[in-house]
Design a protein around this ligand. Sequence first.
Ligand code: AHM
Ligand code: MG
Length: 333
Amino acid sequence: MTTTNSSATRHIVTLQAHALAHQAQHPDASGTFSWILSAVAGSAKRIAAAVRRARLEDVLGSAGETNVQGETQQKLDVIANEILLQTLSEREGVAVIASEENEEPVLLRVEDDGQSRYCVLFDPLDGSSNLDICGSVGTIFSILSKDAATPAADAILQPGKRQVAAGYVLYGSSTVMVLTIGSGVDMFVLDPSIGAFVRVAQGLRIPPTNKCYSLNEANRRTFPEGYQKYLDWAQSNGYSSRYVGAMVGDVHRVLLQGGVFMYPPTAKAPKGKLRLMYEANPMAMLVEQAGGKALAAPGQRILDVQPEAVHQRCSVILGSSAEVDAVVAQLAG
Ligand code: AHM
Ligand code: MG
């Protein structure tokens, strides 16, 4: 038999095949979860296409509205939100959807028909202020399960440690999905020539150390004192600084290269700026699954925080274990 080394015939694993293989390991699985994942992937492809064509379609800039957080909505925030809402609500297995762009969760299937379903939470287009300058943006998502007995309206407010899956899609120089289904972290790249996410890495491990911190240093003067001490310490110890200003871009770099990403409390955002349920929790699950640490404060795992509101904010310190420990040492000292 003749073998070729052509990229056209190389063995690939698509996200769909990956999800079905995961499903096969759980003989009781109904396939509902795989359908939800395929809705997220399908939405991500449409959002990626919209992001790439934004300038051509004249959909850059503000939509003229503010969201529930009081932030200006970009036109693409609205478009990405609509794509996800529309695609996910068609999936029978989704009970509730919560989005950064919607004040209230969308209750889709509230009847108690004995079926277990899922809650899907997302930030449809994180870092959207980067759009106008062609910078990285992303979608962040978190999936929680809802047993038949829990009313849909109550099912959302579960701590991050109960997530069954979490991930993000980075719309950067390529479109990358990073996903955990609770047993390690895998990475997929959208191959536009076949229209599928193709697995490019399995069992990602975050480097245990890297002298690099990532935070908005312009807020330094209003950070709690421990963060200012950390910055003094890091700058005296040969650290460098990187900040994309889009959490997906910054966390992706930290996941692949190590370092620490932080969004501490500031005068403007005394509880931190980032949202617990669809920004901090999914990123924390990914980072922990990759062997790193994710804290809201010293001794307080993000994944243990009991949410009280869908849009609640949370302080974030996440990344390589040794680098998170170095921040904690300054906060505690
Ligand atoms: P957004 O969800 O409204 O886009 O805001 C979240 C973004 C994060 O991606 C990023 O880490 C942070 O806001 C940047 O904030 P700042 O401009 O204050 O540094
Ligand atoms: Mg966001």
